[in-house]
Design a binder for this molecule. Structure first.
Ligand code: GDP
Length: 428
């Protein structure tokens, strides 16, 4: 059963959008399984540059059916905007399907996200304030509104009365802010339903059908493994399972359907928002990586924290996802750096740490142990053949393979689809 998952191996922004767009040639479906419009995937190809927040990255390919699975929380306004923007650029979005089991981000979720983040003060998590976390909280509390609910107006009114009263209670009593009008929310839902009706579908069945026909389906990860709700650097994580386990639960497929799990890693490390990042460089070198890499968030424009490649965190990403292949992106950003450093271990209180610790404080206080690699002085930007890479760049890639314990089958040397070195085809 040919499903292939594309997972962020670090803290997100690894270049999954580019990789998915590159891999789509022999694929008929691309399925998002987690997160919401807190994701931002950039795709650059002959049709232009696209920044997707909810739309699966394969939408540009005419043979691809883009689907949004039950594991995703969807702000209908953002989705409608993306659909309209793509239509205006001549992209056919008629095949898009949104799961009737996917949860709706309601306006009160956005408000609660912002109020909660303000309430955390100094301890703010650095959420994107798009309502993603509160929508997942309501899902778990069984007070969520799902897209399927919008198909039954009477039932929707009842569910909304319960769900919105609960949200209003928190908004007025905890945050002392203005409540939402349930009637207005209901009217809003009906407007969304009218616009999105052609797209709402039993997506999980469609994914299973495509798999049983033997078609290649890409499972599109959002964020990265180190932001996974359980396996990431809790509590500085996202509210869903960005690692491979989330792909099955978020699309209603079994693990035996997954033939390959590809982890995407940047050739260095970046992180947005708060939380531990052992290899962060708060110096000129960090600034240089940020400037050279243009490391500013796709969704928020926030400057990303930058540092050397963290081999310990990335090896953990390999293990958690049981990766079958690694993909290294943005090698070109390191052109001209000498030496290039990779963290190969952590030390706490002068003693080596075993593996990747669960405790935030250990990660905050540990010191990275680095291995230096010789830099390369000829550019790698845009190269498409392994043999053309400078010997030092080849050694760097091989060193990363050894440190993380996973082969790097694809190396990305630029943002364009074609700026890619394929060492081994990932999808037969
Ligand atoms: P995603 O969320 O994992 O899809 O990553 P983002 O879209 O946030 O960030 C990746 C950025 O890097 C985008 O602007 C891509 O166009 C760009 N990108 C992807 N691969 C490469 C690469 O190999 N080299 C360079 N220079 N840019 C890349």
């Amino acid at each position: 059963m040919p499903a292939y998952a594309v997972i962020g191996g670090q803290w997100g922004d690894e270049g999954k959008g580019k990789v998915i767009d590159y891999l789509c040639e022999n694929v008929t479906m691309v399925a998002r399984y987690s997160g919401g419009n807190n994701a931002g995937h950039t795709v650059l190809n002959a049709s232009g540059e696209f920044k997707f927040h909810l739309m699966p990255s394969g939408v540009i390919w005419p043979q691809v059916t883009p689907v949004i699975g039950n594991g995703v929380v969807v702000d209908p306004d953002v989705l409608i905007q993306e659909i309209n923007d793509l239509r205006a650029r001549g992209i056919d979005v008629s095949k898009l399907q949104v799961s009737d089991r996917a949860h709706v981000i309601m306006p009160y979720h956005v408000r609660m996200d912002q109020l909660e983040e303000i309430g955390r003060g100094q301890d703010a998590l650095g959420t994107t304030g798009r309502g993603v976390g509160p929508a997942y909280v309501d899902r778990v509390a069984r007070s969520g509104i799902r897209f399927g609910d919008m198909l039954d107006a009477e039932g929707l009114r009842d569910r909304l009365a319960l769900a919105a009263s609960r949200a209003n209670n928190t908004i007025t009593k905890v945050h002392e802010a203005e409540p939402f009008s349930i009637d207005e929310l209901f009217e809003q839902c009906l407007r969304w339903r009218d616009e999105l009706l052609p797209f709402i579908a039993p997506v999980e069945e469609r994914v299973r059908e495509a798999l049983s026909r033997g078609e290649n389906v890409l499972l599109e990860g959002a964020q990265g493994t180190l932001l996974d709700l359980d396996h990431g650097t809790y509590p500085y994580v996202t509210s869903s399972h960005s690692s491979v386990g989330g792909a099955c639960a978020g699309l209603g497929i079994g693990p035996r359907s997954v033939a390959g799990v590809f982890g995407v890693f940047k050739a260095y490390t970046s992180r947005v928002g708060a939380g531990p990042m052992p290899t962060e460089l708060n110096d000129d070198m960090g600034e240089l990586i940020r400037e050279r890499g243009g490391e500013y968030g796709t969704t928020t424009g926030r400057p990303r924290r930058c540092g050397w490649f963290d081999g310990v965190a990335s090896r953990y990403g390999v293990i958690v996802n049981d990766l079958t292949a690694g993909i290294l992106t943005r090698l070109d950003v390191l052109d001209g750096f000498d030496p290039v450093r990779v963290c190969v271990g952590y030390e706490l209180d002068g003693k080596p740490l075993e593996g990747f610790p669960a405790q935030t404080r250990a990660l905050e206080q540990c010191k990275p142990v680095y291995r230096n690699f010789a830099g390369w002085h000829k550019p790698t930007a845009g190269l498409t053949n392994w043999d053309d890479l400078p010997a030092e760049a080849q050694t760097y890639v091989r060193g990363i393979e050894e440190i993380i314990g996973c082969s790097i089958d694809l190396v990305s040397t630029g943002p364009h689809r074609h700026e890619t070195i394929c060492r081994k085809p990932l999808i037969p």
